[in-house]
Design a binder for this molecule. Structure first.
Ligand SMILES: Nc1ncnc2c1ncn2[C@@H]1O[C@H](COP(=O)(O)OP(=O)(O)OP(=O)(O)O)[C@@H](O)[C@H]1O
Ligand SMILES: [Mg+2]
Length: 465
């Protein structure tokens, strides 16, 4: 009896196995701004789908929210040619992106497609866009320093391998130039650069003029300019991180440079507002503040003995306002911040790093005692000069009234020169530390004040460009 039943069931199974699986599809019912509404097709948030548009073309979209039986989609590309009732077909395969050594020297978009006209990418592997999360207790601590090739950072704000820093600045103060210099001068094995939401013209300029062939040959660039859909910009930031993770997992010391974290947050804001999330702080919905650590926490050190991702995220401080909510959130989740000052840039002091306002939280763990003490001393002397600056400039400071200020006045020219660095001048970590030790003597001593001007030239690695 049972075997007869089994026979009959098997027959049905054979019959069903030959039938094509019915294709599930929904219909487009509404489009407001960039948000598309689809009914008739249950999908999960994060699922991908294609929408049939005019002619034979299709538009790729992703599920970003739902309400009752309506699913909200956000397109990845331009949405020309969509019409009411257009067919929406879910794509089963999860989003996979190319990774591998073949990506070195290449420029790709947020989907990993080449933008540089150097032909198709023969990537070694395709991986899911979101990597595995490393248990924080299994991560190697930040213990070794990382040479970023910038004298002021190497000496006074020493960066640790696996550290995550913010580069805070208003527009046009020299963020891109500084990132470009790091790419060319760092001793990291590989640099992964994410250009998120910048002007399209800047992407070309950054790659051709700032990175140049030298910088590009040791880096991978992911670019998603401002006119890309917000979803594409988010993906580009995730892809940048994913590529860095891939190299880290191969044991490499990776430097990740993302310009900018603010534009990433703005892309998330566009999506969240479009699906109806209420704005909270300065127009940013709460989900933005949840997304920031999700991105940033993926970088850092891997397991002990493995590779590392040292990351710099630029943060726009509009009107040089340090209280911007994104700047605030970034400061809380990053292990240090480097502030670029408009005043210094206007004086022609480049890189315009404000050493008083900047801090590297891991510096004590990654530097020798003498180096750290001297860096502190440098900052004290420098700050002392800044405090007396107004008095000095109007001639109201009387020499001899404060020995520490006199000391600062005697050394300030050399200290300023030490902080500046030409665009084509590399400053390796070792040289930077030696020059720091030379530029500001350990303790105040009357003899040294006199001879300071002649003895403390920041020599070493060549002329300033
Ligand atoms: N190290 C430098 N040496 C000389 N000039 C510099 C240096 N860094 C920046 N500048 C000057 O500042 C200008 C702006 O620099 P950059 O494009 O790097 O700024 P940004 O902060 O990235 O601007 P944006 O916010 O528009 O992206 C440059 O065009 C250049 O004239
Ligand atoms: Mg820039």
């Amino acid at each position: 009896m049972t075997s007869r039943l089994a026979d009959r069931l098997n027959k049905f199974q054979d019959f069903l196995g030959n039938e094509p699986t019915p294709e599930l599809s929904g219909r487009l019912t509404r489009m407001v701004g960039l948000t598309l509404e689809c009914v008739g097709c249950p999908m999960v948030v994060g699922d991908r789908c294609v929408i049939e548009s005019q002619g034979a073309s299709t538009i790729e979209a992703e599920v970003v929210g739902f309400e009752d039986d309506r699913v909200y989609l956000m397109p990845l590309t331009a949405i020309d040619g969509l019409k009411p009732g257009a067919r929406v077909v879910p794509v089963s395969a999860a989003s996979r992106v190319p990774v591998g050594p073949q990506m070195l020297g290449r420029v790709v978009d947020g989907s990993g497609e080449p933008l540089d006209g150097k032909g198709p990418l023969q990537a070694e592997a395709r991986v899911a866009l979101t990597g595995d999360i490393i248990n924080p207790l299994n991560r190697a601590p930040v213990r070794q320093s990382m040479d970023v090739g910038i004298r002021a950072i190497n000496s006074l704000l020493t960066v640790g391998q696996g550290q995550r820093l913010g580069l805070f600045a208003g527009s046009g103060v020299g963020k891109s130039m500084l990132l470009g210099m790091m790419t060319r001068f760092t001793d990291a094995d590989i640099t992964v650069v994410g250009l998120i939401g910048e002007r399209g013209r800047e992407v070309k300029e950054f790659i051709e003029d700032i990175l140049g062939d030298e910088g590009l040959s040791r880096s991978v660039v992911v670019a998603s300019p401002a006119d890309d859909s917000p979803l594409m910009r988010l993906r580009a930031a995730m892809l940048t991180t994913r590529i860095a993770e891939y190299y880290r997992d191969q044991g490499k010391r990776v430097l990740l440079l993302m310009d900018s974290l603010t534009r990433y947050a703005q892309a998330q804001r566009e999506i969240a507002l479009a699906v109806g999330e209420p704005p909270a702080t300065k127009g940013y919905p709460p989900s933005v503040f949840a997304k920031l650590p999700q991105l940033v926490e993926r970088t850092g050190n891997g397991r002990p003995g493995g590779g590392s991702i040292t990351a710099f995220y630029t943060v726009l401080t509009e009107g040089d306002d340090q209280q911007d909510p994104i700047a605030d959130a970034a400061r809380a989740i990053l292990d240090g911040h480097i502030v670029l000052s408009r005043r210094l840039a206007e004086e022609g002091h480049y890189p315009a790093i404000d050493v008083e306002a900047s801090i590297s939280r891991v510096m004590p763990q990654v530097t020798e005692t003498e180096h750290f003490a001297r860096a502190q001393r440098f900052k004290q002397v420098y700050s002392r000069y800044q405090q007396a600056r107004d008095l000095i400039s109007v001639g109201a400071y009387v020499k001899g009234s404060d020995p520490e200020t006199d000391f600062a006045i005697a050394h300030i020219a050399n200290m300023r020169q030490f902080l500046q660095q030409g665009l084509n001048e590399s400053a390796p970590l070792k040289d930077s530390i030696e020059q720091l030790l030379a530029v500001v003597p350990e303790r105040r001593s009357p003899d040294r004040i006199k001879s300071a001007a002649v003895n403390t030239q920041p020599g070493g690695s060549g002329a300033r460009g």
